[in-house]
Design a protein around this ligand. Structure first.
Ligand code: HEC
Length: 184
């Protein structure tokens, strides 16, 4: 054991030089050693990765022609519809029930209340900051207005109110209208 001592320092120096050489002359174009790379490179095809198994070379598939995904009914697109005649063609498919009203309230509070106010009187937060106020939603005009006409206004916009057709689904607009009917 005694005669191992003189070798310790030279071995240390050699190992150090070896590591230093590897560090200085490492290939910078190569990535470092990766630990558990399975987490980074997943085995299945990612949504936007190319895919040799389909003719168009994409992983994401197009919806089957003539089908509509559940909950994504497109908005009505009939150029003959106007605010006046919409009530004769569009009808609210929902009955006023607890779950429909709850959803309608959720939609109203998220998309409409900023302008129309918490009770629909046209005194929302942005109105108090100087945006021109909308008319009250508690008037006789609104009571006489059909759900279809209201749908037309919400999905096409009117005056200073933008169209909500791309932000609020068909179902949700109808439910928000049910909720507007209950505003007092
Ligand atoms: C940016 C503010 C703003 C938001 C948000 C907004 N509105 Fe309006 N709304 C208005 C204005 C302003 C008018 C008046 C338009 C006009 O007659 O020129 C209006 C009009 C209406 C009318 C017709 C009222 C009438 O007496 O003719 C209905 C119904 C209505 N909004 C419903 C909604 C619903 C439902 C939402 C949410 C999906 C909504 N609005 C979101 C500003 C807004």
């Amino acid at each position: 054991m005694k005669n191992i001592k003189p070798f310790i320092l030279p071995v240390f120096v050699l190992v150090f030089l070896f590591l230093l050489y590897n560090f200085l002359y490492r290939d910078l174009s190569e990535p470092n050693i990766e630990f558990i790379p399975e987490m980074v490179y997943s085995v299945p095809y990612d949504a936007y990765s190319s895919n040799p198994h389909f003719p168009d070379g994409k992983t994401l598939r197009q919806p089957v022609k003539g089908t509509i995904a559940r909950g994504y009914l497109p908005q009505y697109s009939d150029s003959k519809l106007t605010e006046e005649n919409a009530g004769d063609h569009l009808f609210n498919p929902n009955k006023s029930g607890k779950s429909n009203l709850l959803r309608g309230e959720f939609v109203f509070r998220n998309f409409c209340q900023v302008c129309h106010g918490d009770t629909g009187k046209g005194d929302g937060t942005v109105i108090r900051k100087g945006v021109p106020p909308p008319p009250s939603l508690q008037t006789d005009k609104i009571k006489k207005m059909t759900d279809g006409q209201m749908y037309f206004i919400v999905s096409n916009g009117k005056g200073n109110m933008a169209s909500y057709r791309s932000q609020v689904s068909r179902e949700d607009i109808w439910k928000a209208i049910l909720f507007i009917r209950t505003l007092k």
